[in-house]
Write a protein that binds this ligand. Sequence first.
Ligand code: ADP
Ligand code: ASP
Ligand code: MG
Length: 406
Amino acid sequence: MSTIVLKFGGTSVATTDLIKSAASIVKKEYDAGNNLAVVVSAMAGTTNTLINLVKEINSSVDSEYDVVVSSGEQVTAGLMSMALNQLGIPSRSWLGWQLPIITSGPHRNSLIEKINVEKILKDFEGKKVAVLAGFQGLSVEGKITTIGRGGSDNTAVFLASALNADRCDIYTDVDGVYTSDPKITSKVKKLNKVSYEEMIEMASQGAKVLQTASVESAMSKNVNVQVRSTFKPNEEGTEISIDGEGEILRAVTGVAYSKDEAKITIIDLVDEPGIAAKIFNKLSDYSINVDMIVQNNFIERKMTNLTFTIPMGDLEKSLSILDKLKDQIEFSRIISEDKLSKVSIIGSGMRNQPGIAAKMFQCLSEQNINIEVISTSEIKVSVLIDKARTEDAVSSLHDTFKLDNI
Ligand code: ADP
Ligand code: ASP
Ligand code: MG
């Protein structure tokens, strides 16, 4: 007998018929004699609708945001539990506060600290399937919290660790992790195994098949994660674990993209110690995540131009924060740009193979795609480009690194 956590994402529970099909996947695992906990997302589109409702009242930070936005998962947890009961499988739903799932940190982007699994273990003793609403928790002050977009993946991984589960199966609308987003190029290939390390980079560079925080949790807690399709449940998925497969032999494992990028440049910024710290500390006080950073110093003028990227949704807020800094920091002006996209190549094999970045830049130049900003890590190269060229960049890089052939 194994303990398995199964997570169903938004498209997998988008209608009551789909919830019934997902319940039949759970039934198969239940009939095999396993202890099961099921984590569900809200129906596809529901969370966006709820966020829009919140914005109609107040677009700034209010902890009631989480009360509203977490409600989609309550609906699907109840419906999934009902569907299981209809199939003759004893089941009950659990909301974050009922267990509880204790979180810390700011509202909207709280961190799970602990999942109290006592009640779920009691369900297992009674041969019941526990169905959890993903994405939500409870702060120590007793308020409902949410753990960031795509967070049900992290609820599932954290739960698998707390239950010491044998597996955490993430059921979604694709049958595994591919060399790139199957929605962008049809030449993609499914990867049988991906290492935590590569998956963290792929997810953080935009491959939203798994939420980045969930892969970080899986790596730190050593949870065996399988990505599988709700619509083709008999297909082998992708395993995410310590070792990938063949990743050392190839330089690049995947191409990821994010279309949600904006760029700010502060022109003629005074070049003194502590200036960058002042700017980035202020942005971080407002929970703005700065990503790529480039600085050009003009030594003779003691001036610099500072360029950085942020999520597009934070552009307006960032510009108004910088405007308020004008009387504390000397600069001549600020220019900004959205309609940008970040395209990244990722691969552990890059560590041992020189010339990968050059090959990437050559490929983009042959496509006449201009590179605005570059950033690298040991296993990743990212470039900022015109959003309209995203598909061309991803497809041509996929071809250049022969990812249809790995
Ligand atoms: P869920 O609602 O199940 O959480 P998501 O929409 O969050 O699903 O994630 C699944 C989507 O991730 C897929 O439909 C696919 O378009 C996208 N995706 C992006 N990059 C990749 C990749 N490398 N491999 C597989 N899917 C990817
Ligand atoms: N429903 C939440 C979202 O759309 C959480 C999730 O689906 O994982 O972000
Ligand atoms: Mg998701």
